[in-house]
Design a protein. Sequence first.
Length: 431
Amino acid sequence: MLGRMEGDYDVVVVGGGPAGLAAAIGARDAGATRVLVVDREDEAGGILLQCIHAGFGLHYFKEELTGPEYAERFVARALDRDIDVVGSAYVSGAGLDSDGTRRVRVMREGHGIRTVRSRAMVLAMGCRERTRGALHIPGTRPAGVLTAGLAQRFVNVMGLLPGRRVAILGSGDIGLIMARRLTLEGCEVVGVFELMPFSNGLTRNVVQCLGDFGIPLHLSTTVVEIHGQDRVDKITVAPVGADLAPDLSRCREVACDTLLLSIGLVPENELSQGLGVELDVVTQGPRVSSTLETSLPGVFACGNVLHVHDLCDYVTEEALLAGRFAGELAGGVKRPRDNIRVVPGDNVRYCVPHTLAPGREHTIYLRSERPLRPAAIRVGDLVRRKLGFVTPAEMITFRIKPDVLDRFHGEALRIDLLGEPAGPHLAGAEP
Ligand SMILES: Cc1cc2nc3c(=O)[nH]c(=O)nc-3n(C[C@H](O)[C@H](O)[C@H](O)COP(=O)(O)OP(=O)(O)OC[C@H]3O[C@@H](n4cnc5c(N)ncnc54)[C@H](O)[C@@H]3O)c2cc1C
């Protein structure tokens, strides 16, 4: 990958995934002349480089692209704008100088360690997968237990098969996509086991990756033991009750040589914590204002480091905005502080951003606590709109117009999701 990194910058972006690339483009288009993107991998593009399936770009480009194609378009746009994109460069620390200048410490292959200063900084480090240790699954510790994303890298990037007879714990999107991918590679996927009574992946992925291939989805079921000495040879699964506790009297064994884990993603915020950025305990990402600025002035956040997204197109939309505001701040634009707090109400797990300002249009991203059908969103006493079906796996995007927000005179705007609890209406789902 190209790799020029000289002097100081208007905006430095940490992470060259879809969020970092879009943020850099947003900053440049807002007038920042010197913009740098730093990524620890050889190539920019982030996790998309291993997502060789189609389905990216339907919202943003109105066409269906693979992950690498989607990433390639943004790398090209960044380079067209003379943005410096540097690979094999790890940001090992960040801070603020006493005059407020932001700085990052970059360790770069063949170049040693350098401190780069900037007027604004965008955090776009993405997320990582939860592993077996997060769930404390009992049993032996054989080979063959790995996260779905690692299996995706093995298959799509390295050309290696992780196993032949595969069980998957968790119905997150990566697990669903890997169920299909491994089936196409000739593996037998014996089933997807999901703790919750609903899938944690997009409905389209349940239908296209499981239903179309006859792969069973066992809801309200979990893995209670892993067996095998050198290699996994079976797992024990058990149904769970409403309290999510396994019913060990109804265990059964499932023969397999591989267990993939698709049990959630965690925003990668060690750098943010080192900086002193305030985090939201629910999203595990930074708390941000309507300009996507964190609790530290001049430090912005976007993409999966801010909250886990299910569609890359929304990452792009959010990151262009974060970059734009970072670019404007670097150019000296000052904005008044937000004066409206957004409060998650009934059935709402979280909302981003955390505060709003009157006089501008805002996009609010939120997730429901549970599936609801029919559902409606209520924003204070300003708006009430029908949504149809909502589920925690599918992020809700809600735009609020300035003239609507201007009618609000309180300090805390509460957002509720209303509706009837919905059962699992999904193709391929088995009780
Ligand atoms: C395994 C996996 C598979 C996925 N599959 C799909 C899918 O099929 N479809 C879909 O729509 N979404 C998928 N997603 C969601 C996807 O992550 C997001 O849509 C999108 O890639 C998020 O973009 P991002 O830029 O925030 O994060 P990422 O794409 O993860 O990019 C973050 C970048 O930051 C870099 N970085 C992190 N820390 C540092 C540091 N300290 N110094 C330098 N660089 C750093 C990383 O190397 C990485 O390149 C998947 C996610 C994962 C984890």
